[in-house]
Design a protein around this ligand. Structure first.
Ligand code: SF4
Ligand code: SF4
Length: 257
């Protein structure tokens, strides 16, 4: 993972693109957004997706050139510390009266908006396609979490394959410096770029997220129960984030600031 403190005329598809150019442009966009970011690269064909997500992506990228030449660029924007500290530090079944938790909910919406902008700018500049950060409003509209999958791809799958982080026991992508305290989008560019390879520590003996959340049992498919919890919490956006905060603390995210 490269960590960055982070319009021009778009490249025509027959011009060579370099990772350095993409990283520099991402850094510029992050700086303009006032957020730190992370970026990683992986050939799209190396990423394992659910069959319905793979079908969605092949339709979306039809026209971008041979599948074997397309690179997925995983980009992440980090939450500010104060936004993570707005999440309750332990399990609560309903939001405290002080309304502080909504600071995290608003940051979630802001990161999605910034990521969508940055992903669009990168796609335009480098002749690619952007997959936006999230489908806003899906949590309360679908009947089951499985209804969501044919309409998007998993940014976590790309971030994990690009070695931006490892898949944690929470199911989230955990970065070495800030754990899961970031949001992702993915940009697809029509050129094969060398994949990133870096050693990641993994969760080790840590089980903090499993201990804090009574519904987080990955082997039992917790995501539908999590979706219902987000609806029930009724915050200003579709978030809970308690597993994010405790993991951020477990990997020493606060110490990195
Ligand atoms: S809290 Fe610990 S076990 Fe859970 S994802 Fe983070 S590092 Fe892994
Ligand atoms: S976001 Fe979902 S998985 Fe994480 S603590 Fe909240 S309910 Fe549990």
């Amino acid at each position: 993972m490269r960590s960055v403190g982070c319009e021009q005329i778009s490249k025509s598809t027959n011009q060579q693109i370099s990772k350095k150019e993409i990283e520099e442009e991402f850094r510029r966009l992050c700086e303009r957004a006032g957020r730190r970011g992370v970026i990683g690269f992986v050939p799209v064909g190396d990423v394992r997706l659910l069959p319905e997500q793979s079908a969605y992506l092949r339709r979306k990228l039809d026209g971008l050139g041979p599948w074997s030449d397309i690179t997925a660029v995983s980009i992440g924007l980090l939450y500010h510390e104060v936004e993570i500290l707005a999440i309750p530090a332990g399990w609560v079944s309903k939001p405290p009266e002080d309304g502080r938790w909504n600071q995290y909910a608003r940051a979630y919406a802001e990161l999605n908006r910034l990521l969508n902008h940055i992903a669009s700018q990168l796609a335009r500049r480098f002749g690619g396609m952007a997959e936006m950060a999230t489908l806003e409003g899906w949590v309360g509209q679908v009947k089951h979490v499985n209804d969501y999958f044919p309409h998007c791809v998993s940014h976590r799958a790309f971030a994990e394959a690009a070695k931006v982080g490892w898949r944690g026991r929470s199911g989230l992508v955990i970065t070495p410096r800030v754990g899961p305290a970031l949001r992702f989008a993915t940009v697809f560019v029509p050129q094969r770029l060398s994949p990133d390879d870096r050693a990641l520590p993994g969760c080790g003996d840590c089980r903090v997220c499993l201990e804090v959340c009574p519904i987080l049992r990955p082997e039992e498919g917790y995501r539908e129960r999590c979706r219902r919890r987000l609806v029930a919490l009724g915050l200003e956006d579709e978030v809970c984030g308690i597993c994010v905060r405790v993991c951020w603390e477990a990997v020493g995210g606060s110490a990195s600031r």
